[in-house]
Design a protein around this ligand. Structure first.
Ligand code: FNR
Length: 363
């Protein structure tokens, strides 16, 4: 079967992945209503194309924090990528580099900051941070990211604990014993081991700091030399707090629907956040963006940049670096196609009035 869209890669990856890894990557929390909604909410947004606008010279490049990028789509931080393919985060980051995309390395990666910096030197790399109870350890991570040439710290704010993902509970999910969380040594490296429930949830409960408040964001903003981006923002109230506490950007995200089942789709809350802070900090988003046409919708609603999490995992599982390259190439071609067919020669031509909610047509 030839693989022509992200959904094909997801289907194919089911043949490649062990059940416990597949379940870990696919799952959302609870009844997985938000997981479904993240994707489906895009379908309620109708596109209003314009024609006869000379789209012969297409330019989808963009710039974030002074870095020039070939297009507005990057790879979100997802944990433990060596379960999908032996080359894990290295393959994923190299593919991102070739596509001109940002790659975000997870704190819970199976590749260290140092190794990634060495093996994917050309890629624009950001580091996603979880704040550990052990602050010294946390500071060391940030300093290592700075030293290794990472360009931003993505602070995930939505995870004092992890959401309950039932398949991980049933599988008593543990990290396979030949792998470790490579940014750490000792218990923090080898601790994703079930003692009866989901091993990753047990790890997070024992290691992550659940006392965090906006004061801790200030602590981070004040000591790092890198821009701090708050990831997991779902309300205008928190977006404003991110702005006022020194963040340079926000990623509108519900953690791939893995935290509270019942939160809105990210595309639904994007407009209120853009309205509140879009002129002052960089607003980005992720969640269910598996097609170029949905990148277009997110950009029209004011996102400056979009990330994909699971699609890169499916590419990785199917064919390592080449699989991720193929996934990115498919989405890029879909985006270019959408721009041409809607009369947009560049990203700035994508106007907010080009995407409206379907309810506007029944009034
Ligand atoms: C995640 N996500 C995540 N986020 C984060 O800040 N740190 C992490 O380590 C992880 N790990 C992780 C693992 C897996 C398997 C998934 C699916 C997700 C959330 C991730 O960064 C992103 O928000 C979502 O993946 C976006 O949704 P899509 O693109 O997967 O629908």
């Amino acid at each position: 079967m030839s693989l022509v869209c992200v959904a094909d890669f997801e289907e194919k990856s089911k043949e490649k992945l062990e059940t416990s890894a597949l379940d870990y990557y696919q799952s959302g929390a609870g009844d997985q209503l938000t997981l479904k909604h993240n994707k489906e909410a895009f379908n309620d947004l109708r596109i209003r194309p314009r024609f006869l606008r000379d789209v012969s010279n297409l330019d989808i490049s963009t710039e974030i924090f002074g870095s020039k990028l070939k297009w507005p789509v990057g790879i979100a931080s997802t944990a433990m990528q060596r379960m999908a393919h032996p080359d894990g985060e290295v393959a994923n980051a190299k593919a991102a580099g070739r596509a001109g995309s940002i790659f975000v390395l997870s704190t819970l990666a199976t590749t260290s900051l140092e190794e990634l910096a060495e093996k994917a030197p050309e890629t624009e790399k950001w580091f996603q941070l979880y704040i550990y109870k052990n602050r010294l350890l946390t500071e060391t991570l940030v300093r290592t990211a700075e030293k290794c040439g990472f360009k931003a710290i993505v602070l995930t704010v939505d995870a004092p604990v992890f959401g309950i993902r039932r398949r991980d509970v049933r599988n008593k999910f543990s990290l396979p014993s030949d792998l470790k969380l490579s940014n750490f040594t000792g218990i923090q490296a080898k601790g994703v081991k079930s003692s009866g429930a989901s091993g990753i949830n047990e790890y997070v409960a024992s290691q992550f700091d659940d006392t965090l408040t906006w004061k801790d964001v200030q602590w981070l903003v004040n000591f790092t030399t890198l821009p701090v981006i708050a990831k997991g923002i779902l309300t205008k109230e928190d977006a404003l707090l991110a702005l006022h506490n020194g963040c340079k950007g926000v990623i509108v995200s519900n953690h791939g629907a893995r935290q509270v089942d019942g939160v809105p789709a990210t595309i639904e809350v994007l407009p209120e956040i853009v309205k509140a802070v879009g002129n002052e900090i960089v607003v980005m988003m992720d969640g269910g963006v598996y097609q170029g046409v949905n990148v277009f919708r997110a950009l029209a609603l004011g996102a400056k940049y979009v990330f994909m999490g699971r699609p890169a995992i499916w590419g990785l599982a199917v064919n390592g670096q080449k699989g991720v390259e193929d996934v990115l190439d498919i989405v890029k071609k879909e985006l270019e196609n959408t721009l041409k067919l809607t009369g947009c020669a560049s990203l700035k031509d994508i106007r907010s009035e080009m995407v409206i909610h379907k309810s506007c047509y029944s009034k």
